[in-house]
Design a protein around this ligand. Structure first.
Ligand code: 5GP
Ligand code: MG
Length: 180
């Protein structure tokens, strides 16, 4: 038995992901021009995406991490708790690129962006691996994104279900009987 057995179908395979990351990395790099910036990766979900993305960006960047968890049951996100934020010289007067795995209702990213601005960031742009625009409840759109997805619960490439499946090298839909 392996994690692959729990996947119903693959939405984005390794080659599609690589192609999308090359495109987004070029957009990000162009977006900042000659300026350096700090990539703020939201743990844990974006660690796989962020580590692939930064290796395609030639600008002078730094890397920081932020940890947030949402306390919701199953596949619904609940109250957001910020567990860990970069502080002081890591964000004050810095241009930040906030990187997350998926933009769903938008609550997480808008709260995190606000928090970084409140802590003195000069600018905050957002970059997400996946975007589910049909689910948005807070008006926010990502400055950069790899893929749009339908309203479907997905796992892999950093995204989990109950802590599992982050190690899948592709994005897939979980077999429905495993979460409903
Ligand atoms: P938002 O605050 O935008 O509703 O939620 C963002 C967070 O919800 C993501 O960082 C992710 O943890 C979780 N999430 C939303 N949709 C999915 C999904 O389809 N699959 C997984 N694994 N997590 C999701
Ligand atoms: Mg998450």
């Amino acid at each position: 038995m392996s994690v692959h057995d729990d996947i119903d179908r693959i939405l984005f395979d390794e080659q599609q992901i690589k192609t999308a990351i090359d495109r987004v990395a070029a957009e990000v790099s162009r977006g900042y021009g000659d300026r350096g910036f700090t990539v703020v990766s939201v743990l844990k979900g974006s660690c796989v995406f962020a580590s692939d993305l930064i290796r395609r960006i030639p600008n002078r960047i730094e890397l920081a991490f932020l940890a947030a968890s949402s306390y919701g049951a199953g596949t619904e996100s609940g109250e957001l708790r910020i567990d860990f934020v970069p502080t002081g010289s890591e964000i004050e007067d810095r241009d930040l690129l906030l990187v997350d795995d998926i933009l769903d209702t938008g609550r997480t990213l808008s709260k995190l962006r606000e928090e970084l601005q409140r802590r003195g960031a000069r600018s905050v742009r957002t970059c997400v691996f996946l975007d589910k625009p049909s689910r948005r409840s807070v008006p926010i759109s990502a400055d950069f994104r790899c893929f749009e997805v339908e309203n479907l619960f997905v796992v892999g490439y950093g995204l989990d279900y109950a802590g599992r499946y982050r190690n899948l090298p592709y994005v897939g839909a979980l077999r429905r009987e495993l979460y409903s």
